[in-house]
Ligand binder design. Sequence first.
Ligand code: MF3
Ligand code: CO
Ligand code: CO
Length: 290
Amino acid sequence: MKIRRNDLCPCGSGLKYKKCCLGKNGKANEDLEARYLKAHGIRLKKQKDIEGIRRAGKIILEIFDRMDSLLKPGLKTEAINTLVHEMTIARGATPAPLNYRGFPKSVCVSINEVICHGIPGERVLKDGDIVNVDLTPILDGYYADASRTYFAGSPGKDAEKIVSVARESLKRGMAAACPGNTVGDMGWAIQQYAEGEGCSVVREFVGHGVGFDFHEPPQVPHHGRKGQGVTLIPGMVFTIEPMINLGKKELRILDDNWTAVTLDGSLSAQFEQTILITEGGHESLTPFDL
Ligand code: MF3
Ligand code: CO
Ligand code: CO
């Protein structure tokens, strides 16, 4: 879906698109910036902010590349934490998870029935495990946030299925990420697809604005209805990070107060990227291959 210059602006200002969100430095654009901040708490990103977030995103891509060869059966999850921590620091960045609301490590590592927020430690990867690695470096004050689910060794049928549905769920969400669409349009696209595959969408954790801080407005649910919620406009940066369960959507939190697992013990997988809304659609600031 492409907005033409003379169409009404999707932000609801009543102005033509070219006089509003499309305009780079016009007054209408300043009004819009103020309106999104006041009404939604959303801080739009400018060119220099976008470049900063993209540089933080590059660190994620480099670490993901190393994970490809590292994640083998027999590896302790603590070793993933060590590599992430060292690679992050070596690039002049800081791992945002470390000490975030008491989180004790530099990366979330979530295996099999763990939905998210797994704490690396003594657990050892086994053949056929699915392993989500979720990275958020802070570079020069800018945050980028992305995750992907890997296989340790050879996956079984169920593992193949849930990882494939989670990957495609993120793709469907991204396909709906363009100016004029709403947050609900993205959630709807994900939910329709994932439930159509017989899987379920986790509700308790959502995507989020990101860039100046770890978690900013708006919230980005991975379920929803068309047309619901905030209208997407150029300069918005947020994550899409659907957590998809092979069984039911319900979860419980372990005694460590972090680890979220499926209530029914079924497999769960996730892919996450940091997305910038542009005039023509979107751009990933953490563009690993999906
Ligand atoms: N990276 C997660 C997200 O996608 C948040 C992890 S919070 C932590 O939003 F404390 F567990 F690191
Ligand atoms: Co996130
Ligand atoms: Co994340």
